[in-house]
Design a protein around this ligand. Structure first.
Ligand code: ADP
Length: 528
């Protein structure tokens, strides 16, 4: 251990009372203290905040922390202030401050007292703030929830796109990007948009071995099913996510009537009620919060024991993020999602009013959720693959923690079919998404296939001995095995990989399990 390391351990103890760093924290902090651009990808609960808080506290100047939510910033500022005798050590700069308050913030920064200044991206665009920040020493700029910069992230915010230009105006300051959800595509977007291809990147595993993943068919009995589930988890904290406010209200009511202490939470409630319901949940005056996605960002309740998705989420990133609120203390965390294809159609219909590019992204992301719900392979392996991580579904940590692994479906040898599938992808020359590839296999015509005259090819229909569902399931499993890849840039065009070409030359055993059959469910409109 060199003297610097001893120093940061001492500071860790002094400010936070911890005697050890968690995961990659120490390497991240060293990179920041060396003045390097740094990119941190860690799952929720990984300890990201400390990665920038500690260097901010021990360095000269003020660190600017860009964060998308006022509530989140306030929580953090309160936490930092509790570590110090000086209130001025951390501030939030936003439009709700009075003139006197702003003057105080500026005074504390100028005098060197303020180590952390939290700002919303839109406040940072204000010229008067930029001019002020140019005149004071800035240690670095940390961009929290950095995935907001990407349209492929689950929470795109256009204001984030301006950040790089504003930071440039502040002179040469290191940038620290942090996020809890980043597919390879989102990571690439973040580095590009922040113009920091040179950044030291630290990526922790996204595996949450204590979370149990389960998907159930959504039927008309969903409410009684949820009630039964909650009663089996009596007295434990849980969150139920619904897509519409109306649904939030009605489910909360049904639970209350059935003797479960539950409150609703959505953006349609006034701020006071929202704050009250959130506090009730945090203080354990109530067991269950029924909420839209407005609830939860930055909620740090360690012992949430279940997260139920009444409706499927819009992307797997949202799903990972929302389920990530369970079991933050390492204890039990049951993630139960209800799935019906009708919900997918509703979401698609809902998106159809949006601009075309946004729609295409939305559809592509939604298809991944469908694939996750319908798959019968290890859900953990599927999820981690989505985040660019390979998971050993035999021996990896948490390998038996999902419904598919605990109740495996019958598996069949599919070596020959994999070869057929791979040959079709190769021979149609990387122009098709999953649907057209499967149609080509089973010999079904649609406008796209007609336009490319694929129906006149000798291989058209070579897989007609199996149905659409079979081929779709196989295609998904082959994708996760790495013989095929999906090009996200082109909204899901399927390509063959080097491993796939090798498979055609020298096929090996490929055991596939058929996807789940889900029957249909309730139908009522989404009103967000
Ligand atoms: P994230 O922002 O990545 O979701 P947080 O910064 O909220 O994670 O940290 C998650 C929890 O881990 C917090 O309760 C925090 O106090 C705790 N924590 C962070 N670093 C350490 C550490 N070195 N030792 C022990 N606990 C830590």
């Amino acid at each position: 251990m060199n003297s610097n390391e001893i120093e940061i351990h001492k500071e860790l103890k002094k400010y936070f009372g911890f005697s050890q760093f968690k995961g990659l924290q120490e390497q991240v902090i060293t990179s920041i203290l060396d003045g390097k651009n740094t990119f941190v990808i860690m799952p929720t609960g990984g300890g990201k905040s400390l990665c920038y808080q500690l260097p901010a506290l021990i360095q000269e100047g003020t660190a600017i922390v860009v964060s998308p939510l006022i509530a989140l910033m306030k929580n953090q500022v309160d936490a930092i202030r509790s570590l110090s005798s000086e209130n001025g050590i951390a501030h939030v700069l936003n439009s709700s401050l009075t003139k006197t308050e702003i003057a105080q913030v500026k005074k504390d920064i100028t005098s060197g007292l303020t180590k952390l200044l939290y700002v919303a991206p839109e406040s940072l665009t204000k010229e008067e703030y930029v001019a002020f920040l140019q005149s004071v020493p800035i240690s670095f700029v940390a961009i929290d929830e950095a995935h907001c910069i990407s349209e492929w992230g689950h929470d795109f915010r256009p204001e984030y796109r301006n950040l790089r230009n504003i930071i440039k105006q502040l002179g040469k300051v290191p940038i620290i990007g942090l996020t809890a959800t980043a597919t390879p595509k989102v990571q690439e977007d973040i580095l590009k948009n922040l113009d920091m291809a040179d950044a030291n990147t630290f990526k922790a595993s996204f595996n949450r071995p204590n979370l149990y993943y389960e998907v159930r068919t959504k039927t008309k009995n969903i409410e009684s099913d949820i009630i039964r589930f909650i009663k089996q988890h009596k007295g434990k904290s849980g969150i139920i996510y619904c897509l519409s406010r109306k649904k939030v209200e009605s489910i909360a009511e049904v639970l209350q009537v059935n003797g479960i202490s539950a409150v609703p939470y959505h953006a349609g409630l006034d701020a006071k009620t929202r704050a009250k319901h959130q506090d009730m949940f945090l203080m354990e005056d109530v067991d269950v919060v029924v909420a839209t996605i407005a609830f939860g960002m930055g909620i740090d309740k360690p012992d949430v024991r279940f997260v139920i998705h009444h409706d499927i989420p819009k992307s797997l990133e949202s799903y990972y993020q929302e389920t990530g609120r369970a079991g933050r203390d390492g204890g039990e965390g049951h993630c139960l999602a209800y799935y019906s294809y009708k919900d997918v159609e509703k979401l698609e219909k809902f998106m159809s009013g949006k601009p075309v590019a946004e729609q295409e992204i939305g559809f592509a992301l939604l298809q991944e959720v469908v694939a996750y719900a319908e798959t019968s392979m290890s859900r953990r392996k599927f999820l981690l693959h989505y985040f660019g991580e390979e998971f050993d579904s035999e021996n990896g940590e948490g390998a038996d923690m999902d419904d598919n692994v605990r109740n495996p479906k019958h598996k069949v040898e599919a070596k020959e079919q994999v070869v057929k599938l791979l040959e079709i992808v190769r021979d149609t020359k990387h122009i098709y998404k999953s649907k057209e590839i499967v149609f080509t296999l089973i010999g079904r015509i649609n406008a796209v296939i007609k336009a490319h005259k694929t129906d006149t090819q000798p291989y058209f229909g070579v897989g007609s001995d199996h149905d659409e569902k079979y081929w779709m399931a196989l295609l998904r499993q082959v994708l996760v095995s790495g013989y095929l890849s999906k090009d996200i840039e082109t909204y899901g065009v399927i390509k063959i990989t080097k491993a796939g070409l090798d498979f055609i030359k020298k096929p090996v055993s490929f055991m596939m399990s058929e996807d789940h059959e889900y029957s249909e469910a309730d139908d009522e409109a989404i009103v967000t």
